[in-house]
Design a protein around this ligand. Structure first.
Ligand SMILES: [Ca+2]
Length: 206
């Protein structure tokens, strides 16, 4: 049986120093490699642009573009059937409102895509002014959310009767949340029933 020769003292010290050096090198080099190559670690060190709504905090502006209708129909569309136009004959504020005519279903009305502007789980306050072109329809603002292929509807304001003689204020607060990946979010104004034409002005969602 072979007996291991004793390790001389100087060699022991050298081995210890080599070990200490290796540990120190690893301590310095491993985080450096992680910073350079690991996207998760790198994310901590980079200043990515962050939007206020990602924090779900208070403040921020109106998510509805051209909510006052002073820029024609810019930013707006129609949910389903109907024709949207800028109406200078009636305005709650400024010089014009947005009018929808030719509706064929109660859910038709002025609409706007807000998909990229919402924060999951946040509370939103909606305010708008509505006036009918005839009749006294009950009007409400709704948010259609499509996530993971399923569409759900959030009531943003209670249904409120409006009339052609003046402007009626609609307002409400609702928590907006969804499960999975949000692929679409449409803000729109509709009636509880019927197809009366109506006008909206000073629309805000914030
Ligand atoms: Ca206006």
């Amino acid at each position: 049986m072979r007996v291991r020769p004793p390790i001389p003292g100087t060699l022991r010290v050298r081995r210890f120093l080599a070990w200490v050096t290796a540990v120190l090198c690893a301590a310095v080099l491993v985080p450096a490699v992680a910073r350079a190559d690991n996207p998760i670690v790198q994310h901590i060190y980079t200043a990515d642009p962050v939007n206020w709504w990602q924090f779900g905090g208070a403040g921020g502006g109106n998510l509805i573009a051209n909510g006052d209708g002073e820029s024609g129909t810019a930013g707006w569309g129609v949910m389903g059937a109907g024709t949207l136009s800028s109406n200078a004959a009636v305005a709650h504020g400024g010089a014009a409102s947005l009018s929808v005519t030719g509706r064929t279903a109660s859910w038709n009305g002025p609409s706007q895509d807000v998909t990229s502007k919402l924060a999951n789980g946040r509370s939103y306050t909606t305010t708008l002014w509505v006036r009918s072109q005839g009749g006294t329809p009950t009007v409400k603002a709704t948010l259609a959310l499509t996530a993971d292929g399923t569409t759900s509807y959030v009531s943003l304001t209670p249904g409120t009767a409006v009339n052609p003689d003046g402007w009626t204020r609609l307002t409400g607060t609702a928590t907006v949340s969804w499960s999975g990946a949000l692929s679409g979010a449409t803000f729109y104004v509709e009636t509880a029933s019927g197809t009366d034409g109506f006008s909206v002005d000073d629309v805000s969602l914030q």
